[in-house]
Design a protein around this ligand. Structure first.
Ligand SMILES: *Cc1c(COP(=O)(O)O)cnc(C)c1O
Length: 234
């Protein structure tokens, strides 16, 4: 018998439920403050670096949406969890190499990090091959940071058009990670503006430190790790 699956410690489940409730209440308050319904906001529990033993209490507490930033790490945890628990929704929130696209399309329900034509083309091919259709977000480098991935601001319109026209991809949303040393609100507002222009309805923005601000600027998918799981092991 697999101990991590069968021997659930109820204290762990209760604690996970409390942390989830706290984050959900903060989302609800932030949504209310700008006249939004919190039901329009998906909370993605970012479980990168967390072992299955830390994830299972969160699932038992009722949560179903999870985010991972590495395909290989996710492959080590999620096929077994998906077999055991129903209705799980898995989000890829980290950079994707083209040689991992096949695996990513197989495992993930959402890909938040479409950030270059070569990757978009590879995803398009895999979608056709597998007949599986993950929802796609384009990552935007709102701070135009040279070391950061994401489409540069000047190239957004061209890239979104190319995804739609050339690769026949439906673009569900936009995603950004604001520069660490800048006011995130400026970047969230910018992403919201770009999305409106492109008639894109979903926005993946906000992490543990800034998800309330993101909600006030229209985020539909907040990606929260530390506030749910506690600090990550290095
Ligand atoms: C790790 C990560 C998160 C979650 O970060 P926390 O600060 O732990 O909430 C969100 N988005 C991305 C892209 C990440 O890599």
């Amino acid at each position: 018998m697999n101990e991590t699956f069968e021997n659930q410690n109820t204290d762990n489940v209760t604690a996970a439920g409390q942390r989830l409730d706290e984050v959900r209440e903060r989302i609800e308050r932030a949504a209310k403050s700008v006249g939004r319904q919190d039901s329009t906001i998906s909370l993605i529990a970012v479980s990168k670096t967390q072992p299955a033993a830390a994830i299972i209490p969160v699932i038992h507490a009722g949560h179903r949406l999870f985010g991972e930033n590495r395909v290989q790490e996710a492959q080590g945890k999620w096929p077994e969890l998906k077999a055991k628990f129903s209705n799980l929704e898995l989000h890829l929130i980290g950079g994707l190499q083209t040689n991992k696209v096949k695996d990513a399309v197989q495992l993930f329900d959402y890909i938040h990090t479409v950030d270059r034509p070569k990757l978009a083309r590879a995803i398009s091919r895999e979608i056709q091959k597998q007949g599986k259709k993950p929802k796609l977000f384009v990552q935007i480098n709102t701070g135009d940071e040279p070391q950061k991935s994401g489409i540069r601001l000047d190239d957004v319109d061209k890239f979104v058009d190319q995804c739609r026209d050339e690769f026949k991809l439906e673009i569900e949303g936009l995603m950004c990670i604001p520069p660490v040393d800048e006011e995130p609100a400026l970047h969230f507002a910018l992403l919201q503006k770009i999305a409106e222009k492109q008639h894109i309805t979903s926005l993946s923005m906000g992490m543990s430190a800034d998800f309330e601000t993101a909600v006030q600027f229209g985020s539909t998918h907040v990606r929260v790790g530390t506030a749910i799981f506690g600090a990550r092991q290095k």
